[in-house]
Design a protein around this ligand. Sequence first.
Ligand code: OGA
Ligand code: MN
Length: 293
Amino acid sequence: MAIEKVDLTPRIGSELKLDKATLLSGEHSQEIRRLLVDRGALVVRGLFLNDEELRTVARSLGDLRIGKSKRGSDGKVLNEGDEGILKVSLDPEVNPEYAKFLFGNLLWHMDGTYEEVPPFATLFTPVRLSEWGGDTMFASTYAAYEDLPAEEREWLETLRVMHTMQAALFPAKRDCTPEEFAVWCSYPQRSHPLVWQHKSGRKSLVLSTSAAYVEGMHTAESHDLLQRLMLHATQEKYVYRHVWQAGDLAMWDNTGAIHRAMPYEEGSKREFHRCTLNGEEPITAPTRVEQAA
Ligand code: OGA
Ligand code: MN
Protein backbone atom coordinates (compact mmCIF):
# COMPACT_ATOMS: atom_id res chain seq x y z
CA MET A 1 0.00 0.00 0.00
CA ALA A 2 1.31 3.47 -0.86
CA ILE A 3 2.31 5.77 2.00
CA GLU A 4 -0.16 8.51 2.85
CA LYS A 5 1.63 11.78 2.06
CA VAL A 6 0.75 15.45 2.39
CA ASP A 7 2.90 17.93 0.48
CA LEU A 8 3.87 20.86 2.70
CA THR A 9 4.81 23.23 -0.14
CA PRO A 10 4.61 22.64 -3.90
CA ARG A 11 8.40 22.29 -4.49
CA ILE A 12 9.81 20.83 -1.26
CA GLY A 13 8.72 19.03 1.91
CA SER A 14 6.13 16.34 2.55
CA GLU A 15 4.65 14.92 5.69
CA LEU A 16 4.32 11.15 5.77
CA LYS A 17 1.54 9.64 7.83
CA LEU A 18 3.31 6.63 9.28
CA ASP A 19 3.17 5.05 12.69
CA LYS A 20 6.29 3.88 14.45
CA ALA A 21 5.79 0.15 13.91
CA THR A 22 5.27 0.58 10.18
CA LEU A 23 8.29 2.84 9.86
CA LEU A 24 10.50 0.46 11.86
CA SER A 25 9.40 -2.55 9.83
CA GLY A 26 11.32 -1.16 6.85
CA GLU A 27 8.58 -2.28 4.48
CA HIS A 28 8.36 1.20 2.93
CA SER A 29 12.09 1.98 2.88
CA GLN A 30 12.44 2.01 -0.91
CA GLU A 31 9.48 4.31 -1.31
CA ILE A 32 10.68 6.60 1.49
CA ARG A 33 14.08 6.88 -0.21
CA ARG A 34 12.40 7.76 -3.47
CA LEU A 35 10.20 10.36 -1.79
CA LEU A 36 13.19 11.79 0.08
CA VAL A 37 15.00 12.53 -3.16
CA ASP A 38 11.84 13.68 -4.88
CA ARG A 39 10.59 15.95 -2.07
CA GLY A 40 13.93 17.11 -0.53
CA ALA A 41 12.65 16.91 3.04
CA LEU A 42 10.25 14.53 4.77
CA VAL A 43 8.60 14.84 8.15
CA VAL A 44 6.84 12.28 10.32
CA ARG A 45 5.08 13.55 13.45
CA GLY A 46 4.47 11.93 16.80
CA LEU A 47 7.08 9.16 16.63
CA PHE A 48 9.24 9.79 19.73
CA LEU A 49 12.06 7.56 18.42
CA ASN A 50 14.80 6.53 20.83
CA ASP A 51 18.39 6.20 19.57
CA GLU A 52 18.04 2.53 18.72
CA GLU A 53 14.88 3.19 16.71
CA LEU A 54 16.45 6.17 14.96
CA ARG A 55 19.35 3.96 13.88
CA THR A 56 16.98 1.27 12.68
CA VAL A 57 15.14 3.74 10.46
CA ALA A 58 18.44 5.16 9.22
CA ARG A 59 19.81 1.72 8.34
CA SER A 60 16.65 0.91 6.41
CA LEU A 61 17.30 3.95 4.19
CA GLY A 62 21.03 3.80 3.56
CA ASP A 63 24.54 3.38 4.89
CA LEU A 64 24.61 4.74 8.45
CA ARG A 65 27.70 6.84 9.15
CA ILE A 66 29.65 5.63 12.14
CA GLY A 67 31.83 8.34 13.66
CA LYS A 68 34.65 8.14 16.14
CA SER A 69 33.44 8.31 19.70
CA LYS A 70 34.86 10.88 22.04
CA ARG A 71 34.16 10.06 25.63
CA GLY A 72 34.15 12.31 28.65
CA SER A 73 36.01 11.45 31.83
CA ASP A 74 32.86 9.68 33.04
CA GLY A 75 32.95 7.44 29.96
CA LYS A 76 29.82 9.03 28.50
CA VAL A 77 29.80 9.33 24.69
CA LEU A 78 30.12 13.02 23.87
CA ASN A 79 29.98 13.29 20.09
CA GLU A 80 29.31 11.30 16.92
CA GLY A 81 29.82 7.82 18.27
CA ASP A 82 30.51 4.29 17.18
CA GLU A 83 26.78 4.07 17.61
CA GLY A 84 26.12 6.44 14.74
CA ILE A 85 24.25 9.05 16.74
CA LEU A 86 25.48 12.63 16.58
CA LYS A 87 24.22 14.90 19.37
CA VAL A 88 23.55 18.30 17.82
CA SER A 89 23.68 20.93 20.54
CA LEU A 90 25.41 24.21 21.31
CA ASP A 91 25.82 22.99 24.86
CA PRO A 92 29.49 22.05 25.40
CA GLU A 93 28.35 19.65 28.12
CA VAL A 94 26.52 17.65 25.45
CA ASN A 95 29.02 17.85 22.62
CA PRO A 96 32.13 19.99 23.23
CA GLU A 97 33.68 19.33 19.82
CA TYR A 98 30.61 20.03 17.77
CA ALA A 99 29.62 23.12 19.80
CA LYS A 100 32.70 24.88 18.35
CA PHE A 101 31.32 24.67 14.81
CA LEU A 102 27.60 24.34 15.24
CA PHE A 103 26.78 28.07 15.04
CA GLY A 104 27.56 27.76 11.32
CA ASN A 105 24.30 25.79 11.00
CA LEU A 106 22.44 29.09 11.23
CA LEU A 107 23.43 29.90 7.65
CA TRP A 108 22.19 28.05 4.56
CA HIS A 109 24.43 25.07 3.93
CA MET A 110 24.95 21.60 2.63
CA ASP A 111 26.61 19.18 5.05
CA GLY A 112 30.01 17.71 4.27
CA THR A 113 31.13 19.89 1.39
CA TYR A 114 34.71 19.28 2.52
CA GLU A 115 34.35 15.64 1.62
CA GLU A 116 34.67 14.20 -1.85
CA VAL A 117 31.40 12.35 -1.39
CA PRO A 118 29.08 14.42 0.80
CA PRO A 119 26.47 12.64 2.93
CA PHE A 120 23.35 11.44 1.15
CA ALA A 121 20.84 12.23 3.87
CA THR A 122 20.26 13.10 7.49
CA LEU A 123 17.65 11.94 10.00
CA PHE A 124 16.96 14.43 12.78
CA THR A 125 14.82 14.20 15.88
CA PRO A 126 14.50 16.61 18.81
CA VAL A 127 15.47 15.60 22.33
CA ARG A 128 14.99 19.10 23.74
CA LEU A 129 13.48 22.08 21.93
CA SER A 130 14.70 25.67 22.23
CA GLU A 131 12.70 28.19 24.24
CA TRP A 132 12.21 30.30 21.13
CA GLY A 133 13.18 30.03 17.46
CA GLY A 134 15.13 27.02 16.29
CA ASP A 135 12.96 26.09 13.32
CA THR A 136 14.84 24.30 10.55
CA MET A 137 14.49 25.47 6.95
CA PHE A 138 15.05 23.45 3.80
CA ALA A 139 15.45 24.75 0.24
CA SER A 140 15.38 22.68 -2.94
CA THR A 141 18.53 23.13 -5.00
CA TYR A 142 16.97 20.97 -7.72
CA ALA A 143 14.05 23.38 -8.11
CA ALA A 144 16.35 26.41 -7.94
CA TYR A 145 18.49 25.01 -10.75
CA GLU A 146 15.57 23.95 -12.90
CA ASP A 147 14.00 27.43 -12.84
CA LEU A 148 17.09 29.26 -14.13
CA PRO A 149 17.13 30.39 -17.77
CA ALA A 150 18.67 27.77 -20.09
CA GLU A 151 21.56 30.01 -21.10
CA GLU A 152 22.56 30.65 -17.51
CA ARG A 153 22.28 26.96 -16.62
CA GLU A 154 24.67 26.13 -19.42
CA TRP A 155 27.21 28.69 -18.22
CA LEU A 156 26.96 27.62 -14.57
CA GLU A 157 27.64 24.03 -15.60
CA THR A 158 31.16 25.04 -16.59
CA LEU A 159 32.07 26.48 -13.16
CA ARG A 160 33.77 25.02 -10.09
CA VAL A 161 33.62 26.38 -6.56
CA MET A 162 36.08 26.06 -3.67
CA HIS A 163 34.48 25.19 -0.32
CA THR A 164 36.27 26.20 2.88
CA MET A 165 35.50 26.14 6.55
CA GLN A 166 36.51 29.76 7.05
CA ALA A 167 34.02 30.82 4.35
CA ALA A 168 31.33 28.86 6.19
CA LEU A 169 32.05 30.03 9.71
CA PHE A 170 33.30 33.60 9.46
CA PRO A 171 29.93 35.05 8.34
CA ALA A 172 28.33 33.33 11.35
CA LYS A 173 30.94 34.68 13.79
CA ARG A 174 32.46 37.90 12.52
CA ASP A 175 33.87 38.70 15.94
CA CYS A 176 35.94 35.50 16.04
CA THR A 177 39.51 35.63 17.33
CA PRO A 178 42.47 35.30 14.95
CA GLU A 179 43.20 31.96 16.66
CA GLU A 180 39.73 30.63 15.89
CA PHE A 181 40.05 31.83 12.32
CA ALA A 182 43.40 30.07 12.02
CA VAL A 183 41.86 26.79 13.21
CA TRP A 184 39.14 27.04 10.54
CA CYS A 185 41.78 27.74 7.90
CA SER A 186 43.67 24.61 8.90
CA TYR A 187 40.81 22.36 7.77
CA PRO A 188 40.86 20.76 4.31
CA GLN A 189 39.27 22.63 1.45
CA ARG A 190 37.43 21.00 -1.40
CA SER A 191 36.59 22.05 -4.94
CA HIS A 192 33.26 20.91 -6.41
CA PRO A 193 31.35 21.63 -9.61
CA LEU A 194 28.68 24.31 -9.15
CA VAL A 195 26.13 22.13 -10.91
CA TRP A 196 25.73 18.48 -9.96
CA GLN A 197 24.46 16.02 -12.48
CA HIS A 198 23.26 13.19 -10.28
CA LYS A 199 23.35 9.53 -11.32
CA SER A 200 19.62 9.88 -11.87
CA GLY A 201 20.37 12.51 -14.53
CA ARG A 202 18.66 15.29 -12.57
CA LYS A 203 20.73 18.40 -11.89
CA SER A 204 21.01 20.63 -8.83
CA LEU A 205 22.97 23.67 -7.70
CA VAL A 206 25.76 22.97 -5.21
CA LEU A 207 25.40 25.94 -2.89
CA SER A 208 26.43 26.40 0.71
CA THR A 209 27.78 29.02 3.05
CA SER A 210 31.04 27.09 2.64
CA ALA A 211 31.27 28.24 -1.01
CA ALA A 212 34.32 30.53 -0.85
CA TYR A 213 34.90 31.47 -4.48
CA VAL A 214 34.35 30.42 -8.06
CA GLU A 215 37.63 29.16 -9.41
CA GLY A 216 39.30 31.36 -11.99
CA MET A 217 36.79 34.18 -11.59
CA HIS A 218 37.52 37.67 -10.33
CA THR A 219 36.87 37.79 -6.56
CA ALA A 220 34.23 40.49 -6.84
CA GLU A 221 32.38 38.79 -9.66
CA SER A 222 32.54 35.47 -7.82
CA HIS A 223 31.17 37.03 -4.63
CA ASP A 224 28.27 38.62 -6.52
CA LEU A 225 27.44 35.39 -8.35
CA LEU A 226 27.45 33.18 -5.25
CA GLN A 227 25.34 35.69 -3.33
CA ARG A 228 22.89 36.05 -6.19
CA LEU A 229 22.52 32.28 -6.57
CA MET A 230 22.01 31.80 -2.84
CA LEU A 231 19.32 34.50 -2.80
CA HIS A 232 17.70 32.87 -5.81
CA ALA A 233 17.78 29.38 -4.28
CA THR A 234 16.34 30.43 -0.93
CA GLN A 235 13.31 32.31 -2.21
CA GLU A 236 10.13 31.38 -0.39
CA LYS A 237 8.88 29.26 -3.28
CA TYR A 238 11.79 26.82 -2.86
CA VAL A 239 11.67 26.67 0.95
CA TYR A 240 9.93 24.56 3.57
CA ARG A 241 10.21 25.79 7.15
CA HIS A 242 9.77 23.13 9.80
CA VAL A 243 8.40 24.19 13.17
CA TRP A 244 9.46 21.44 15.56
CA GLN A 245 7.25 19.51 17.92
CA ALA A 246 8.39 16.84 20.35
CA GLY A 247 8.29 13.42 18.69
CA ASP A 248 9.03 14.68 15.16
CA LEU A 249 11.38 13.00 12.75
CA ALA A 250 12.69 15.05 9.83
CA MET A 251 14.87 13.69 7.05
CA TRP A 252 16.53 15.69 4.33
CA ASP A 253 18.25 14.82 1.09
CA ASN A 254 21.59 16.54 1.56
CA THR A 255 22.38 16.22 -2.14
CA GLY A 256 19.38 18.11 -3.51
CA ALA A 257 18.45 20.44 -0.67
CA ILE A 258 20.25 22.90 1.58
CA HIS A 259 19.20 23.63 5.14
CA ARG A 260 19.70 25.95 8.10
CA ALA A 261 18.62 26.37 11.70
CA MET A 262 16.81 29.60 12.56
CA PRO A 263 18.25 31.54 15.52
CA TYR A 264 17.39 30.46 19.06
CA GLU A 265 18.35 31.60 22.54
CA GLU A 266 21.99 31.79 23.56
CA GLY A 267 23.08 29.14 26.00
CA SER A 268 20.21 27.02 24.75
CA LYS A 269 19.80 23.42 25.80
CA ARG A 270 18.28 22.70 22.36
CA GLU A 271 19.38 19.19 21.45
CA PHE A 272 18.73 16.93 18.50
CA HIS A 273 19.88 13.40 17.82
CA ARG A 274 20.96 12.83 14.30
CA CYS A 275 21.90 9.94 12.03
CA THR A 276 23.83 10.64 8.86
CA LEU A 277 23.68 8.40 5.78
CA ASN A 278 26.90 8.17 3.82
CA GLY A 279 26.98 9.62 0.33
CA GLU A 280 26.56 7.33 -2.63
CA GLU A 281 28.07 9.42 -5.42
CA PRO A 282 30.62 12.24 -5.74
CA ILE A 283 29.48 15.64 -6.96
CA THR A 284 29.85 15.29 -10.70
CA ALA A 285 29.71 18.03 -13.31
CA PRO A 286 27.26 17.62 -16.18
CA THR A 287 28.76 15.89 -19.18
CA ARG A 288 29.21 18.43 -21.94
CA VAL A 289 27.98 17.57 -25.36
CA GLU A 290 30.54 18.89 -27.83
CA GLN A 291 29.03 20.95 -30.59
CA ALA A 292 29.94 19.76 -34.07
CA ALA A 293 32.16 22.35 -35.79
C1 OGA B 1 22.82 19.86 11.05
C2 OGA B 1 22.03 21.10 10.96
C3 OGA B 1 20.05 22.27 11.66
C4 OGA B 1 19.31 22.50 12.94
O1 OGA B 1 22.66 19.12 12.03
O2 OGA B 1 23.58 19.59 10.10
O3 OGA B 1 22.30 21.90 10.10
O4 OGA B 1 18.15 22.98 12.87
N1 OGA B 1 21.02 21.26 11.81
O5 OGA B 1 19.88 22.26 14.00
MN1 MN C 1 23.72 20.90 8.63
